[in-house]
Design a binder for this molecule. Structure first.
Ligand code: HEC
Ligand code: HEC
Length: 442
């Protein structure tokens, strides 16, 4: 008995003093000043009224969320490819639920990609495509978990007219897709109106009808003119983007053990995980930047990590403005190399971290923060965040922090956000021949 206890110290759950101490610590960090743990409790995905949304221009309804749940995975709307990839890709090619709504590889590929594996990890390039014709980006895809809490989307925060983007109107243009900020929608909706086009999808009355979505569009968007096949019609890229936006706003990691602990189930976390939480919200400084409901924030910081072009990635460049972070959008010297603070739930579902996928395990990620030493020589030291500094964690503490990220912050049931089928009956999230074999569609 004694022996097993000393071998495995991580089987203790009944720790009332530690729970009380942790409760006080986490409450005290709530940025709304409520001094309450409730701040960090994520909404229930069916409680639509209490989910952050665009109440004026895209209020959440069950009909819209259900429609978006199909369309996010629907390969049959991938009708504008730059090669022979017709109807083989979807939003979920790069935002895979079982991969934490991120790609299974270090760089997502939609149009022009082939293969899936078990979790998206085998996705490669269709040999008939020139690398520059692929739908890939010069940065790792952000997770869509808890995205309803994101104020300005993208690593550089370029989307959305509000928050950090107030006063940036002069920067909105067609070349960088930021014209959508002038449409009056919130960041997610605005980005996706551009995004469905960037990701080569089409919608029209004929398409909606032939795939079996017409009635769902009618129910979701009665206020949009039915017979106008224009960009503001009922079956358009705009309504396509609004339905998908409604759906992604409902993606919450609310079944993560840490969420259960916040709601009072003190057995949901082990002793080591609780110590890890104490470090996250305390000595390890994580919550100095990761402090909003989704454990991310709308601050921009330079950690000096490597870029995507430092890897053998498709169609990347040292000159891509995505390497400059916020500065690539604002062009201001003070914003150069600063990236938005992302959410940190379900990080263990795919082993690639930071905007350039430069780190490949949670252990190495914690080492990076513990060392507080930038790895990218292109980033001037003067830009590095003053909140990024050596932490002096012990081996034990690093291990506890890893356990907190790996287990406490992992919702094990993200499959609930996947539809059982899509209306076209096609394979999803990909429908190229290799993916169809991997996914068991043929
Ligand atoms: C080819 C891969 C790919 C596809 C397909 C794709 N995305 Fe993304 N997504 C990305 C990448 C990469 C980023 C980060 C880009 C950046 O910040 O520079 C991203 C970021 C996002 C974000 C911002 C999240 C945040 O926290 O700021 C949202 C929202 C999003 N995608 C939604 C979608 C939707 C909806 C679709 C389908 C219309 C889609 N994506 C299709 C790769 C993809
Ligand atoms: C100075 C602010 C700051 C501090 C302190 C900080 N982070 Fe971050 N974190 C960021 C930023 C900014 C990024 C994105 C950096 C990039 O990709 O260029 C990030 C990225 C991450 C990622 C990767 C997310 C992804 O989608 O790839 C994880 C995980 C993470 N942080 C966890 C932590 C943990 C754990 C701690 C405490 C040890 C911590 N962070 C401390 C700002 C911070």
């Amino acid at each position: 008995m004694l022996l097993t206890q000393s071998c495995n110290t991580d089987t203790t759950f009944d720790t009332p003093e530690l729970d009380a101490e942790l409760g006080r610590l986490i409450s005290s960090t709530a940025p709304d000043g409520s001094n309450s743990l409730d701040f960090y409790i994520l909404p229930d995905e069916t409680d639509l009224a209490n989910i952050p949304q665009d109440f004026e221009k895209n209020p959440l309804t069950k009909a819209k969320v259900d429609l978006g749940k199909f369309l996010f995975f629907e390969t049959a709307i991938g009708l504008d490819p730059k090669g022979d990839g017709m109807a083989t890709y979807s939003c979920a090619s790069c935002h895979i639920p079982s991969a934490g709504f991120r790609p299974g590889t270090f760089q997502g590929v939609a149009d022009g990609g082939i293969g899936y594996g078990l979790n998206g990890e085998d996705r490669g390039k269709n040999s008939s495509y020139h690398p520059d014709s692929l739908d890939t980006q010069d940065a790792r895809a952000l997770s869509l978990l808890n995205v309803a809490f994101v104020e300005n989307t993208f690593w550089n925060g370029q989307f959305g007219a509000e928050h950090a983007n107030e006063g940036t109107e002069h920067l909105w243009n067609y070349e960088e897709q930021t014209w959508v900020n002038g449409l009056g929608f919130k960041a997610i909706e605005a980005q996706n109106i551009e995004g469905v086009e960037a990701h080569r999808m089409l919608m029209s009355k004929n398409i909606a009808q032939s795939l079996g979505y017409k009635e769902m569009f009618d129910e979701s968007f009665p206020e949009y003119p039915e017979n106008e096949d224009t960009e503001h019609g009922r079956y358009s890229r705009e309504t396509l983007a609004l339905a998908i936006s409604a759906y992604i706003r409902t993606l919450f990691s609310n079944q993560a053990p840490f969420q259960a602990w916040l709601k009072g189930d003190h057995n949901a976390l082990s002793f080591d995980e609780k110590q890890g939480a104490k470090l996250f919200f305390g000595k390890a400084n994580c919550s100095k930047c990761h402090y909003n409901e989704h454990l991310g924030s709308n601050e921009f910081h330079a950690l000096g990590v490597n870029d995507m072009h430092d890897r053998p990635a498709f169609s990347t460049s040292v000159d891509d403005r995505r390497n400059l972070g916020r500065g690539g959008f604002t062009k201001k010297a003070e914003d150069m190399y600063k990236f938005k603070v992302p959410q940190v739930y379900n990080m263990s579902d795919t082993p690639f971290y930071f905007h350039g996928s430069s780190i490949e395990s949670i252990e190495d990620l914690i080492e990076y923060f513990n060392d507080g030493m930038p790895e990218n020589p292109d980033v001037p030291l003067s830009q590095i965040s003053p909140k990024f500094e050596p932490l002096g964690l012990t081996v034990k503490e690093k291990d506890q922090l890893v356990k907190f990220l790996e287990y406490s912050l992992r919702d094990p049931n993200l499959e609930r956000y996947e539809p059982e089928m899509v209306m076209s009956g096609g394979c999803f999230p990909n429908a190229d021949t290799l993916s169809m074999i991997d996914l068991g569609c043929m």
